[in-house]
Design a protein around this ligand. Structure first.
Ligand code: AMP
Length: 280
């Protein structure tokens, strides 16, 4: 596996490689790699001639300095995992390489970036879109892989690609879960054993909500779901929304054939977890 820290050297390599490589797949990550990330990379390996993975903890998408400071950084272990699955290229730039001058651009995605994560993490999606657009320009992949774990991010990247006419095919990978249902996340390693034991309640709550949806009003489903997590002394809910799966507009009634997203964010101590279920 080739490892690049510099944009210019990566671009020089990719320019040469493109002459006899028909398809480049790209998987952007913030590192602390787990089986969820690796599943995206394995799919990318199957569908492309060359796979580029980036590892970069992007400061412009963190609204909370504490979260940025505590974000796990495990580059040596990540490199070994990438070699093991035969990733071709790792791009791991420094902050100065990515932002030689402070970033002044800002993105807005209408309703999509105002709700849920956008409502609770000020500037998060503008920072995310900035770094993803920079990566798209640097790597110029044919295909880019994003996880459903961050559904709102996926929908915004889809909008970004359409708005800026990036010639990139976007692929959404399903959520990879632990055996007990907890969605894999780099932040899970910050959970204490007691918190880790409670964490699967989040997915349980989503499944219960999905079961209730055809039989009860949406307000009632939301109430029962919050109640379940309270009773179970599970993660403390920041938001729980039932929305259209493409636009994220809140749904007032459940329609069996409408794409429906159940999205939740909750805290265990100071660790923030998100999860979702997509119906239809
Ligand atoms: P991150 O390093 O958290 O920014 O994640 C990098 C990419 O991996 C994003 O597209 C995430 O949605 C995706 N991802 C993270 N965790 C999972 C998971 N459990 N299942 C599927 N995709 C995931």
């Amino acid at each position: 596996m080739l490892i690049f820290e510099s944009i210019v050297s990566l671009q020089q390599y990719l320019k040469k490689t493109r002459e006899n490589t028909s398809k480049i797949g790209f998987v952007p990550t913030m590192g602390a790699l787990h089986e969820g990330h690796l599943a995206l990379l394995k799919q990318a390996k199957q569908e492309n001639d060359l796979v580029v993975c980036s590892i970069y903890v992007n400061p412009t998408q963190f609204d909370n300095q504490e979260d940025l400071t505590h974000y796990p950084r495990t580059l040596a272990a990540d490199t070994e995992k990438l070699k093991y699955i035969q990733c071709d290229v790792l791009f791991a730039p420094t902050n100065i390489e990515m932002y030689p001058t402070p970033s002044l651009v800002a993105f807005s995605f209408g309703h999509l970036d105002k709700v849920m994560e956008g409502q609770y993490r000020a500037g998060h999606f503008s920072g995310m879109a900035t770094v993803v657009a920079k990566f798209f320009n640097i790597v110029q992949p044919d295909t880019a892989y994003f996880g459903q774990k961050d559904l709102q991010q996926y929908l915004i990247v889809d909008q970004l690609i359409k708005s800026l006419s990036f010639p990139i095919q976007l692929v959404r990978h399903p959520i990879v879960r632990e055996a007990d249902g907890l969605a894999m996340s780099s932040r899970n390693r910050r959970l204490s054993p007691a918190q880790r034991a409670k964490a699967p309640k989040l997915y349980e709550a989503l499944q219960l909500a999905a079961d209730w949806l055809p039989k009860a009003a949406i307000v009632e489903v939301k109430r029962r779901t919050q109640e379940f997590l309270l009773q179970a002394e599970g993660p403390k809910v920041e938001y729980f929304e039932i929305a259209h799966g493409h636009t994220l507009e809140a749904l007032t009634t459940y329609q069996p054939n409408t794409p429906t997203a159940l999205c939740i964010a909750a805290f265990l101590g100071d660790v923030r977890l998100i999860d979702n279920l997509l119906l239809h």
